[in-house]
Design a protein around this ligand. Structure first.
Ligand SMILES: NC(=O)c1ccc[n+]([C@@H]2O[C@H](COP(=O)([O-])OP(=O)(O)OC[C@H]3O[C@@H](n4cnc5c(N)ncnc54)[C@H](OP(=O)(O)O)[C@@H]3O)[C@@H](O)[C@H]2O)c1
Length: 255
């Protein structure tokens, strides 16, 4: 397919590379910052622009990958007639694209994407479309990029986005706090990597609730108190430790 990419951030960059490497042609990259558009376009063998009024009319698909808060504003600045247009946001309604085209939809990559990532990971796609034809077209397109493609409504996508934030962004924040803790105590965070990998890997074979270990799961109050004592000077980590321990205890107390 011939694609116009609108945006030059993390998602536009990773998806642009994925599309390009999968045999699609990136015709043009738009960014409000011409240098950003130029840099990404150079990697994708595309032309570039910083004006939404000079978008190529020759594409088969227009992909809006800009910050959630400006998807609607950007979408209000151009039209594609009946050429398909999608956005890539988990939490933005598909309907904001209605003014752009009679064929609109969503191509949401359910993955953490960073433009500096060396390896493009597996990316499940949640797709939606305003008609069964556009849904089918987007499913086919997503299937050319990924082996995992699901059609989801706005509500389903929003719930999945929330699930992604809790399971990925929140755990990453806990890693960041743990790294600070390890640095402060001159301990190697890297020693935890086999443990972190093992716990994530186990999810492929079992339910998380059946795999819980640790002092809160065992009801080991003495150890919990020792840990809280160690965190007496780190109020925010202490509060998180208490909250998560209570949540674990509540789950297993109920069972
Ligand atoms: N990154 C992820 O892990 C991920 C995963 C799934 C879905 N998404 C979705 O993908 C979309 C893009 O996210 P991202 O991670 O690529 O964000 P990002 O790296 O912060 O990039 C945001 C892009 O939006 C552009 N932009 C911001 N304000 C603008 C404005 N007023 N007018 C025109 N362009 C503007 C930025 O342009 P400049 O370069 O000029 O600042 C940049 O190209 C979002 O809807 C996000 O929810 C992201």
């Amino acid at each position: 397919m011939k694609i116009v990419l609108i945006g030059s951030g993390n998602t536009a960059t990773v998806l642009g590379k994925k599309m390009y490497r999968s045999g699609h042609a990136i015709l043009q990259v738009y960014s409000r910052n011409l240098q950003h558009a130029k840099e990404l376009a150079a990697e994708l063998n595309a032309s570039f622009t910083d004006s939404l009024t000079t978008l190529s009319a020759d594409a088969d698909l227009y992909v809006i990958a800009v910050s959630d808060t400006v998807v609607e504003t950007v979408a209000g600045q151009f039209t594609t007639g009946n050429k398909p247009v999608v956005h890539t946001a988990g939490s933005v309604s598909m309907e904001v694209l209605q003014p752009v085209s009679s064929n609109y939809g969503v191509l949401y990559p359910l993955q953490s994407l960073r433009k500096d990532m060396e390896r493009i990971p597996e990316i499940p796609f949640l797709v939606d479309g305003c008609t069964s034809e556009i849904k089918a077209l987007l499913c086919d397109f997503a299937a050319s990029l990924s082996s995992e493609v699901k059609v989801c409504t706005d509500d389903q996508r929003l719930n999945m986005h929330l699930a992604a934030v809790i399971s990925s962004n929140f755990t990453n924040h806990l890693y960041a706090l743990t790294q600070e803790f390890c640095n402060h105590h001159q301990l190697s965070f890297d020693l935890l990597l086999p443990l972190i990998n093992e716990v994530a890997f186990r999810l492929r074979v079992g339910q998380a609730a059946n795999l819980q270990t640790g002092p809160a799961r065992r009801g080991d109050d003495a150890t919990i108190q020792k840990h809280l004592q160690l965190l007496s000077e780190d109020e925010s980590l202490k509060q998180l430790y208490k909250l998560l321990s209570q949540s674990i205890q509540t789950m297993y107390h109920k069972k």
